[in-house]
Design a protein around this ligand. Sequence first.
Ligand SMILES: Cc1ncc(C[n+]2csc(CCOP(=O)(O)OP(=O)(O)O)c2C)c(N)n1
Length: 591
Amino acid sequence: MPPESIPKLADLRAMSADEAAQLPPLIRRILVDTVTRTGGHLGPNLGVVELTVALHRVFESPRDRILWDTGHQAYVHKLLTGRAEEFETLRQGGGLAGYPCREESEHDVIENSHASTALAYADGLAKAYEVRGVTDRAVVAVIGDGALTGGMAWEALNNLGAARNRPVIVVLNDNTRSYSPTVGGLADHLATLRESDAPVSFFEQLGLAYLGPVDGHDIEAVEAALRAAERLRAPVVVHCLTHKGRGHAPAEQDQADRQHAVSARVTGGPRPGPGWTDVFGAELVELGEQRSDLAAITAAMLGPTGLSEFARRFPERTFDVGIAEQHAVTSAAGLALGGMHPVVALYATFLNRAFDQLLLDVALHRAPVTFVLDRAGVTGDDGPSHNGMWDMSVLQVVPGLRLAAPRDADTLRRALREAVRVEDGPTVVRFPKGRVRADVPAVGTLAGMDVLSQGEERDVLVVSVGATAELCLEVADRLAEHGFCATVVDPRWVKPVPPELVELGLTYRRVATVEDNGRVGGVGAAIAQELSEAGASTPVRTFGLAQRFLDHGARGDVLAAAGLSAQRISRVLVETLAGQDLPRPLAVEPH
Ligand SMILES: Cc1ncc(C[n+]2csc(CCOP(=O)(O)OP(=O)(O)O)c2C)c(N)n1
């Protein structure tokens, strides 16, 4: 059946229970057909088909506000809220976003992708409606058992439970998994609630009502529970039990993560080589063998951050803390105080969650913690909140922190070995998403830094940060075509700015820095500041990502749109070297 057979919302609500029961197989077929082609979150969406149908039959979106925590499970919601015909454009440039998107639809109230926020938004919405005397709409937040492990969710429950007359419906989508099985005391408590109805739930003890558990694949049962929840006019948790990957055998049988996220179907071409994540994971296992004080910490992303093998070899030194980056960081500081050297493996974008913990709990304590930031820079198809384009800016302000941006597999291994040897403060190793390309060998060293390409004249010193090395070499080639000489250096450790780099910069006509990070406050800005303080008159051009929320799309397209292409960088540099960038004197107009 084609996407046109997805009913309009009003028709969905008018359907009989029997008619509604016909929808899930159609929806699952669309999900599987599309997501296996475009890539995206398959397992989570297959698990919420009936739940989403029930939600949209009971509540009247957009008057009633339905909030999706994390937002990766909102594809069915998109299909049911007028986007079925565009669904095949999912995650493609110019097409539907992979998460809720306010610009896309009035049914999308919040857009995030960072977990555990929906209950706080719901708390705020409900407070606003109470203060403004708005009583005609429900506030509904759907949250997974994984996202419920995040501290923000607990903080929100604490607030929701305290106001027993302010209605908020929390739909707990309990599939027992984050990527892998959800861990911790709360997960154990949910298991108890699933298996017997005797004990009082944690939610009731906090002051919320509790309904369930309900079979989340039984539309009528979910609808009945949601209606009962609405009638309570109180903060209430509706505990729904679902199966991640439901109805699609490859997802149901996937022991690792129930096809939590699948890649776009690749047709033909050479087999892809190892990824940055694999190189890191393998090196950490080697280091773990040499050093019994090394520990690994993940925030519910053991496999995706490359820690599976480390966990298999050293289970007693591997800690999954749940989707709790703040806790991961401060508990790493605790591990360090206790004589270990923890390696905290995160996606770069999620480190934002734990900035203060890194600043004060780790750096102020000079705790030897190594942060490994995967998916740094533009990630592309997951949209604005998933790009790891903030880390090298926010980390600039952390005293005593050292940051390496390796350019290839070889320098990643080196950086990691060096990082875990540092015992007087935090270290960071950041690298991008995807496959590692061939190593980019140094042609020499200059003042202790790797030289990737040596120019004969001192026209431009190009400072290559991390995986921008190939791009910088292409820039050097293009400059050569225009008769300008560029030397490309890679300092590898970019924070603090190496003093040798500043000295070297003083001897060039121009300095250009290139980084896969927001331009504001990044490595380039730090280098420019150091050069200026050293009294240099050398103009510095900092190339990085335009400091805006970048639309989703293929990585190469997003990079180019954000200003990081060899063509653009070389054009700007040729203009500056030809003196065309000098400010023209203002013409003074007579009175
Ligand atoms: C702050 C933060 N950390 C990590 C992630 C990565 N992540 C995306 S979905 C997910 C698991 C979510 O589990 P759950 O909420 O139970 O939803 P499910 O996919 O099982 O339906 C994780 C860890 C994230 N989105 N946000």
